[in-house]
Design a protein around this ligand. Structure first.
Ligand SMILES: [Fe+2]
Length: 477
């Protein structure tokens, strides 16, 4: 039995970050309130850092944790939950040794300087998931994905999707609902850096790819589909290579905010994967994009959770200590540009509220859409010391925000949209909530059109599921 690592006077949410996850075999979930909707049939998958310590040593950044996957399967017989660590080579090596050994995003390798050079970087498989017809991929942006079984989450192994050639496959793949094609990218670093852009069929197998030269060694986390284009906003964060190679600094510590470089916007054609335009504009940082789409005049709009700088990286490091000192607030922006010239036509904030993890209905990706679902801070919450404590829906047509009131000491993860299997007009928002008062994790299901109503169903999970990063919904076959 693992005891909580939460020290005295740390915030309530810290338990759901610091306490190592306890895996559980497929378990029938108890309905705490309401009922599972008849049209909610399929599986919710979530990924995140499952443990931030080993052998009494703490990891350096929230992004360093070994990946742990939650699966919740909804069938006519009810809901079943399962949680497993991804059995990466690094996890198995360090688990067997009972100590931290490898380099990771926020850590230099263990040991004295002269022993660090030959130690690998750990592929933690902790960032997101994509569900393919016959496997689940656990994603990490610095390497290849790990394949897992869809039902019991057993690790099959690294998967090169028949074409990665050891280049990274990032954690934000996107499906174009018109074609079923899956687009993603990976940044390779070396003497020159490249943005590898991939197009896979619905099975995940890579069909086409292109390598686009980059300026310096930037950090690229996400992109947007907008009609027939893929849009990348490359923030002015550059890797300072020498201290990284010398293993004096971790990857995270070697990232430099260089606002004078501006943000570079790269528009790529979906069909050819060639660059259509690239232009540089004012500096900002973003982790995530909401939706994007083409307007009738040929311009494109993308939604961005935009930060003024890269302080967010420091904040995310501090989360792994259970105490946050650094405020870093993202708000929702719309960027409109001419894709052919790259000229920025409009760039403005549309929601003045601390928010992250923007998602749209999967059937609207790349196409005009009205609603964006987000994690938010409640109006009265201290945005410096607290993690997101509500989810909400922003209506782009009316400019209004509808919030789900989860109550005090409850911390939801990124909202996931699940279309109803019986009614195409209906959808459900699923989130995994850490209830600090109960010291328990639960699955909450909301009617997507009525987030301000009570949840239609709450389910108990058999163990605390650490606050994680990203998830997905796989409809039943
Ligand atoms: Fe992300």
């Amino acid at each position: 039995m693992t005891t909580t690592l939460r020290p005295v006077q740390t915030p309530t949410w810290a338990t759901a970050v610091l306490q190592p996850a306890q895996p559980f075999a497929p378990t029938s979930l108890t309905v705490l309130s309401g009922a599972i909707p008849a049209g909610l049939r399929g599986s919710l998958y979530r990924n995140g850092s499952a443990t931030l310590e080993r052998g009494g040593q703490r990891m350096g950044h929230w992004f360093d944790g070994d990946g742990g996957i939650l699966g919740v399967h909804f069938t006519d017989a009810g809901a079943t939950g399962v949680y497993r660590y991804v059995q990466t080579a690094g996890y198995q090596l360090e688990e067997k040794a009972g100590k931290l050994i490898l380099a990771s995003y926020g850590m230099v390798p263990a040991g004295p300087l002269w022993q660090r050079f030959n130690k690998d970087v750990k592929n933690t498989a902790n960032t997101s998931v994509i569900a393919l017809p016959d496997k689940l991929l656990a994603l990490w942006e610095g390497g290849e994905p790990h394949a897992l079984t869809l039902d019991t989450l057993e690790t099959i192994g690294l998967d090169d999707l028949d074409g990665l050639a050891q280049h990274p496959y990032s954690a934000h793949p996107k499906r174009d609902p018109r074609t079923g094609a899956i687009f993603n990218f990976g940044v390779s670093t070396g003497a020159k850096s490249f943005l590898h852009v991939y197009c896979s069929d619905a099975t995940g197998k890579i069909q086409r790819q292109n390598a686009i030269p980059l300026n310096g060694l930037p950090m690229i986390h996400d992109f947007a589909i907008a009609g027939k284009y893929l849009v990348f906003c490359i923030p002015p964060v550059r890797l300072n290579v020498l201290p990284l190679i010398a293993r004096i600094k971790s990857y995270s510590e070697a990232l430099l905010w260089q606002p004078d470089k501006g943000t570079e916007i790269l528009v790529v054609d979906q069909e050819t994967l060639e660059v259509v335009s690239r232009t540089t504009t004012e500096p900002w940082y973003q982790w995530h994009f909401g939706n994007g789409y083409e307007l009738p005049d040929g311009s494109i709009t993308i939604e961005i959770c935009r930060y003024p700088d890269f302080q967010t990286n420091q904040r995310l490091k501090e989360i792994s200590t259970g105490s946050i000192q650094t405020a870093a607030v993202a708000t929702l922006w719309h960027l409109r540009l001419d894709p052919l010239s790259g000229r920025v036509l409009d760039n403005q904030q549309v929601l003045d509220r601390s928010c992250e993890f923007p998602v749209t209905q999967p059937q609207d990706v790349g196409q005009p859409s009205r609603h964006t679902y987000l994690s938010v801070h409640r109006q009265a919450t201290d945005v410096q010391t607290e993690v997101y404590d509500a989810i909400a829906c922003f209506d782009h047509q009316t400019g209004t925000l509808t919030e789900a009131n989860l109550g005090d000491q409850r911390y939801p993860m990124e909202p996931i949209y699940a279309p109803d299997a019986q009614n195409s007009e209906q959808g459900w928002i699923l989130t995994v909530v850490y209830d600090g008062a109960m010291n328990a994790s639960e699955v909450w299901i909301f009617d997507a059109a009525r987030l301000d109503d009570e949840p239609v169903c709450c389910l108990a999970l058999p163990a605390i599921v650490p606050l994680g990063f990203h998830g997905t919904w796989k409809p039943a076959d």
